[in-house]
Design a binder for this molecule. Structure first.
Ligand SMILES: [Cu+2]
Length: 382
């Protein structure tokens, strides 16, 4: 009984909590877009929804309690003629029907938001693995739910026919074990092979170009570093971070002296080349996520990570395929890393080798040689 009394309070608290959270999130994104305007605003829409929810739940709970009290003190039960077991069964059937209808509706509604075909070589294997996994799990999902609701309908309490109870059925158990373990084993073994590819399982093939770049995470942006003419990224150390040396490069290392730091928030990648991205973080845990290339790795403070893939479709080609001239590949942070986490994204441009070279030649080196500075003569022709 005590528990019954707590329920309305707990329910109301839950609703208030959810509404406060929703209102806070809405406010946070609003703030980012229109700081001054949103700072002074109260989300009256959110407050109104919270009130409506609380009132609705309270009315439902009070009505139920009222019916209970009327039954107790008057002896009159408006539901006396009901077959409660049958009513429960029918309600469960309704839950099943609504659930299935919502699932079908959701599948169609959100279909346009799914990712396009993979734009990386290993991504195709990941997509095949996903299709294979779904080809087993989806029929299993449908079958289990169909059986669940069938059993409720067939054997609901109160019906004359009762379900038979059997302690063990070795044949059934053996069959289920084999039927389940074979696809699970295939998925696990294939998964280990496929998922290791973007981490360390690829090497450039004969005549294939390769490129190593670095992407560094910090609250709340990504910074990229490209190798200079030597094709190698130079040393860095976190103690050297400061001033203009935002990535802590060690300029005593000749390999670091020609490294290039693109100024814009975008990275360019040549199509068909094996791209290795070295990933590190300057502050908290971030996550480098390239959904179109089916590539993802954590950016961990104090640790070097790397991920590799071969982009197979240029941005222009993908725009044509999707019929969307605005389409861009995205590099996003996939780890809730702080207040402006949503802002932590970069555009990824995949282009031909020639276009890539041209773009790279326009980027700024991270280092200005001291000799170039000291050789400047003072202008004395006053
Ligand atoms: Cu982040």
């Amino acid at each position: 009984m005590t528990c019954m009394r707590c329920l309305p309070v707990l329910g109301a608290l839950g609703v208030v909590w959810a509404q406060i959270g929703a209102a806070a999130r809405a406010r946070a994104s609003e703030l980012a877009m229109q700081q001054a305007k949103a700072a002074a605003a109260i989300d009256w829409g959110g407050v109104l929804w919270a009130i409506i929810w609380i009132e609705t739940i309270a009315i439902l709970l009070l009505s139920a309690r009222l019916i209970q009290l009327v039954v107790r003190y008057t002896g009159y039960d408006p539901f006396a003629s009901w077959d409660r077991d049958r009513a429960n069964m029918r309600l469960w059937m309704a839950v099943g029907a609504v659930g299935i209808a919502l699932a079908i509706w959701g599948a169609f509604k959100y279909a346009p938001f799914t990712l396009p075909e993979s734009a990386s070589l290993h991504g195709r294997d990941i997509d095949s693995l996903r299709s294979f996994t779904l080809s087993f799990t989806f029929p299993a999902f449908v079958l289990v739910h169909a059986l669940l609701f069938y059993m409720i309908w067939r054997y609901y309490n109160g019906k004359s026919q009762r379900a038979a109870y059997e302690l063990t059925h070795h044949g059934l158990e053996r069959g289920a074990l084999i039927a389940i373990s074979i696809p699970v084993f295939i998925i696990a073994a294939w998964g280990i092979y496929v998922w290791s590819k973007p981490v360390h399982g690829q090497a450039p093939s004969e005549g294939q170009r390769s490129l190593e770049i670095e992407v560094v995470a910090e609250q709340f942006q990504w910074r990229a570093r490209y190798p200079g003419a030597d094709g190698k990224l130079g040393r860095y150390h976190y103690t050297l971070i400061g001033g203009e040396n935002v990535l802590g490069l060690d300029f005593t290392d000749p390999k670091a002296q020609d490294d290039i730091l693109p100024t814009l928030k975008e990275i360019h990648l040549p199509v068909g080349a094996l791209v290795t991205i070295h990933v590190r973080s300057k502050d908290v845990l971030h996550s480098l996520f390239l959904p179109h290339f089916r590539t993802h790795i954590y950016a961990v403070p104090g640790q070097k990570n790397q991920v590799m893939f071969v982009p197979t479709i240029t941005t222009k080609e993908m725009r044509r395929k999707l019929g969307d001239p605005e389409f861009d590949y995205e590099l996003a942070c996939n780890q809730l890393c702080g207040g402006a986490h949503y802002n932590m994204r970069m555009k990824v441009v995949v282009e031909t080798w020639e276009e890539y070279q041209q773009w790279l030649s326009q980027q700024k080196p991270a280092y200005t040689p001291p000799a170039a500075v000291t050789s400047l003569k003072p202008n004395l022709n006053l």
